[in-house]
Design a protein. Structure first.
Length: 57
């Protein structure tokens, strides 16, 4: 259950980053995983994961 929430948080955050900076990051989500090309903001990704683990939105 927690793993599923974390996976969803990662997918959501990386898609958000890609939409915000399409020239810097391309993210493709497939049934078998996720493919990312470009610069990922690890601080924002870590915050999204921490929010999920702590029960945040």
């Amino acid at each position: 259950m927690l793993e599923e929430k974390i996976e969803e948080a990662v997918r959501t955050e990386l898609k958000r980053q890609a939409e915000e900076r399409p020239q810097e990051l391309d993210v493709t989500v497939t049934a078998s995983g996720l493919e990312a090309h470009g610069r990922i903001d690890l601080t924002a990704l870590a915050a999204a994961i921490a929010g999920t683990v702590s029960g945040g939105p």
